[in-house]
Design a protein around this ligand. Structure first.
Ligand code: HEC
Length: 155
């Protein structure tokens, strides 16, 4: 009798443990949120405009390459940031990728429009707010978004 009771409670414990593991997994799946800039702000008109990747390649070479590297391959040191380097855009953070080109463009646009400060005690390099400060026109941003999407679809 005693033994049977123990067996039952053992199964009970195992069931509870299995449930806890399931809930933890759902939780970690939720934690995989889409990367968003630290600066709050709306998307720009560029997010829904037609962009030209060829024109975007030139805009990228002039404006983005110094921080994100040639073809967005990254590797540029960013002392004081948690990552230690400026993030590559090729490949781009996988949470930002979408098969839906409009969603992919929206995710990229939020960073380009509003800029972002990386995590870390004192990051030397920050992402400028190209749209909000009118450093680039909306057409230029649409073009550079098309180029970044092409870089990531080339594989
Ligand atoms: C002065 C350096 C600098 C320049 C120039 C720059 N960026 Fe960034 N960019 C950064 C940094 C630093 C981050 C990381 C921000 C963060 O972690 O919040 C970043 C993040 C991004 C992200 C989000 C990617 C991710 O993994 O978080 C995109 C998209 C992006 N930049 C696109 C561009 C484009 C397009 C240009 C050119 C118009 C550009 N950047 C120019 C420094 C720069």
């Amino acid at each position: 009798m005693e033994n049977k009771k123990r067996t039952y409670s053992l199964w009970g414990l195992l069931t509870v443990a299995a449930l806890v593991v399931c809930v933890a997994q759902v939780g970690s799946a939720r934690a995989e949120e889409i990367a968003r800039p630290s600066n709050q702000g709306d998307p720009g008109a560029a997010a829904t405009m037609a962009g030209h990747a060829k024109a975007g390649a030139k805009i990228f070479a002039t404006n983005c390459l110094p921080c994100h590297g040639a073809q967005g391959k990254g590797g540029i040191p960013n002392p004081g940031s948690s990552d230690g380097t400026v993030p590559p855009l090729n490949p781009i953070d996988k949470t930002m990728v979408s098969k839906d080109a409009k969603v992919f463009a929206y995710n990229i646009d939020l960073f380009i429009q509003n800029g972002s400060t990386p995590e870390g005690p004192d990051p030397a390099i920050k992402m400028p707010a190209w749209g909000a400060t009118k450093l680039l026109s909306q057409q230029q941003i649409a073009d550079v978004i098309a180029y970044v999407i092409r870089l990531n679809h080339a594989k």
